[in-house]
Design a protein around this ligand. Structure first.
Ligand code: SME
Length: 168
């Protein structure tokens, strides 16, 4: 049985290096992309302080048959919006730009999609494997400016651990 170990460090780089090791050992030997997304969301939600939502959206064929859109994947937190068009919201912007979106105040981001009204800041990392974008890892916090550049670097590394382990 995997049991998450508390990380006692005030240093964010140390915290994320240890969390990446724990994630890697949690996913070790499993390649199913959905199972790994579910366990990744659970570990991040348990270990990272001050989150109200942690989860995945994956690119899928759009319901109207026109191209692709993001569809809700495994997550922890309140029930969330299921479909997000590319270019819409923070998640859709991360896909359109193929870059991490770090939003210190979601109320100041005009196109933010509020799934949980408690969310005040957000970090969305695009999931890119072999130059192919397959979705996003999305973290929400009830605290304004919860995520700094060290969190961004740390969570980008966690996304890589997920992508390396998963057959996707
Ligand atoms: N806030 C996101 C939507 C997803 S929820 O936060 C879970 C956005 O603006 O894309």
């Amino acid at each position: 049985m995997f049991e998450a170990r508390a990380i006692e460090s005030d240093s964010k780089p140390v915290f994320y290096a240890e969390l990446a090791e724990q994630l890697s050992s949690l996913l070790h030997g499993e390649t199913d992309a959905i199972a790994n997304a579910a366990n990744s969301a659970a570990l991040l939600f348990e270990m990272m302080p001050d989150l109200n939502w942690a989860g995945f959206y994956f690119l899928r064929d759009a319901q109207n048959g026109a191209g692709q859109e993001l569809v809700l994947g495994p997550f922890q937190g309140k029930a969330a919006c299921v479909r997000i068009a590319i270019g819409r919201g923070v998640c859709g912007a991360a896909v359109a730009k193929r870059e991490t979106m770090r939003i210190e105040d979601v109320h100041a981001f005009a196109d933010h999609i509020a799934c949980d009204s408690a969310s005040r800041s957000e970090l969305v990392v695009p999931l890119i494997k072999d130059s192919r974008i397959i979705g996003v890892l999305d973290l929400d916090s009830p605290l304004p400016a919860r995520f700094d550049t060290e969190d961004q670097a740390g969570v980008e590394k966690l996304a890589e651990v997920y992508l390396t382990a998963s057959n996707i």
